[in-house]
Design a binder for this molecule. Sequence first.
Ligand code: DAH
Length: 345
Amino acid sequence: MQERLKELQAEALAKVEQASDLKELNEIRVSYLGKKGPITEVLKGMGKLSSEERPLMGALANEVRDAISSAIERKHNSLEEAAIQQKLASESIDVTLPGRPVKTGNHHPLTRIVEEIEDLFIGMGYAVAEGPEVEKDYYNFEALNLPKGHPARDMQDSFYITEEVLLRTHTSPVQARTLEKHQGKGPVKIICPGKVYRRDNDDATHSHQFMQIEGLVVDENIRMSDLKGTLEVFAKKMFGEDREIRLRPSFFPFTEPSVEMDITCKICGGKGCSVCKGTGWIEILGAGMVHPNVLEMAGFDSKKYTGFAFGMGPERIAMLKYGIDDIRHFYTNDIRFLKQFSVTE
Ligand code: DAH
């Protein structure tokens, strides 16, 4: 019996030594140390032994078991270690390989301009307001002193959805909505960037969808000089300190008086060229003092409150600033065009 146990130990240890993976090792453990294994089988014969021999044989059986299980454990650890090493080797990265450049996207030039303008006005204490692109006729026209049938409605050819609902033709309805929300109490100081839609045929200077940024300030004692000062700061920050501005009389139903602002042409320095059509000046935006009717319709007392408003097209500003000659470039997503405004390349 003693011999048999020794034999089994030697046999098991040899198998453990040769085991090439954890699965095989586990099979060896089950076959030698399990309840149906040969050691248990040998021990079944213990009954036939004398009472002196029995404890000795029991101790030997335990020794054999311990020897086998610790050999299994050692092998287990070394196989595991080998597996880890192999995994590390197979997953190793050659850091000397040249990298593949990652292409990053960029902000669209129009987004950049809009954010630049936003930042400029936020710096002057303005809040950014938004409104719906699908707008009620009331806010797009009526609340801006453009009642139904008003001839000035023709200045903005509109996409109507129903009789009372249309795609907004300008961002001015956000003025009307913001004033209404303030319930007759100033101050109001906002800019509203957003998309607008007009029934225009697309060409180098027209697009059926484009952007506008509206500005509105309403408080007590707001005067034309406040408007002029604000627009001057804007123009110089946007186009350069050397630029001059001028205000020309104009007409918008929602402002009285109304003006258009020009800046001096940078290309000819004011002498007159093809870009400024020989005038030395380039038109930038429309503006004016908020019409008392607009204030009253929104619930403001026009004797107490006055205000100014302005509206500009960021495409036009970007075109002038970057020398872009066709508004359609902003919307056709030609990567060669967009890349020129990339910060990273
Ligand atoms: N909404 C005008 C347009 O689309 C632009 C404009 C002009 C806005 C004068 C104003 C303003 O707020 O005061 O042509």
